[in-house]
Design a binder for this molecule. Sequence first.
Ligand SMILES: [Zn+2]
Length: 43
Amino acid sequence: MAYMCVHCGKKIKQLDGFVRCQYCGSRVIVKGRSSVAKEIKTD
Ligand SMILES: [Zn+2]
């Protein structure tokens, strides 16, 4: 399950206690699938 920063849209995979965007430092994170973000599978 991937997390995504709603501030910059970067994906965050670090789930260690607290989740914070390592790009912009925002703590506003959405998890799971979003209607905006689509995951692309290569297999
Ligand atoms: Zn961010």
